[in-house]
Design a protein around this ligand. Structure first.
Ligand code: ZN
Ligand code: ZN
Length: 270
């Protein structure tokens, strides 16, 4: 007999490429067995939404998981993109029908400008196909699905454009790359900031969350523990970064950069 607690999340479908896991009533995680981020389906009483969709190459497998639940792409009212990285949004261009696509305004801007560097297009080897964002989200927006009410929280850090969605009544926290099970962090990319990351994690710590639904990895029923570990790690990363900065010859490395800023200011004055 094993003392190990059985996973509270039933696996509905599992094959070589993907699995479909029930996170709560009418909430499903679709996990791919490559680099694609997790996709989530939330079937509300009024509206059905997806949160992230994974890579475009995974689209057939996404369809397979949706078909298991009797859902087709036109049944999805809204597709919410957690941030601009293509491992989360690559397949979004397939949703060209009646589905409305929403993302934080800073992610929407990068996606609409086809800012490949920010979206990591080369890293994920995704086709250069436009994705149209219909609704530009902000902190404080609310997505009302009937029996689910998802609060849009602006949680920058991993990039400048990350959002988390939180259902207060059910304690569901969709945290994408901001918080992962075991306190794993998504890293700090070009437009991100470790200080913003710490502030975002502190906000997530203040929530009465019960289930963590992340961009990568398994589901977690211990989000409070996960966020505490992530906060410790983020502070360690902040001090490691400061030590690295000290170890570099800061003056000779940064003076040319500062000098160029001053020169630009001089041009402005003339
Ligand atoms: Zn990311
Ligand atoms: Zn990711």
């Amino acid at each position: 007999m094993s003392d190990r607690k059985p996973s509270p999340f039933p696996i509905l479908l599992n094959n070589d490429v993907c699995s479909l896991i029930q996170a709560a009533d009418d909430v499903y995680q679709i996990r791919f067995k490559n680099r694609a981020a997790n996709a989530y389906l939330v079937r509300g009483s009024k509206r059905t939404i997806m949160i992230d969709v994974g890579l475009s190459s995974n689209f057939p497998h996404l369809l397979e998981c949706l078909a298991y639940l009797g859902v087709k792409p036109p049944d999805i009212d809204i597709l919410v993109l957690s941030h601009e990285h293509l491992d989360h949004i690559g397949a979004a261009y397939h949703f060209t029908g009646r589905t409305i696509i929403a993302a934080h305004r800073l992610a929407a801007n990068k996606i609409m400008l086809r800012d490949d560097f920010s979206m990591l297009r080369k890293m994920f080897n995704e086709p250069n196909v436009p994705i149209d964002v219909d609704i530009w989200l902000e902190e404080g927006n609310l997505i009302d699905l009937g029996n689910f009410r998802l609060n849009v929280m602006y949680t920058p850090g991993h990039t400048s454009a990350c959002i988390s969605l939180f259902d207060q009544d059910k304690g569901l926290l969709f945290a994408a790359d901001t918080l992962m099970p075991g306190g794993v962090m998504g890293g700090v990319f070009g437009s991100g900031s470790i200080s913003d990351y710490i502030q975002s994690l502190e906000r997530l710590r203040g929530l009465d969350s019960k289930i963590l639904l992340s961009g990568h990895g398994r589901l977690s029923d211990t989000p409070q523990d996960d966020v505490k570990i992530a906060i410790q790690r983020s502070h360690a990363l902040l001090s490691d970064t400061a030590q690295l900065f000290d170890a570099l010859d800061a003056r000779s490395n940064f003076e040319p950069i500062m000098q160029s800023v001053r020169d630009l200011n001089k041009l402005d004055d003339s």
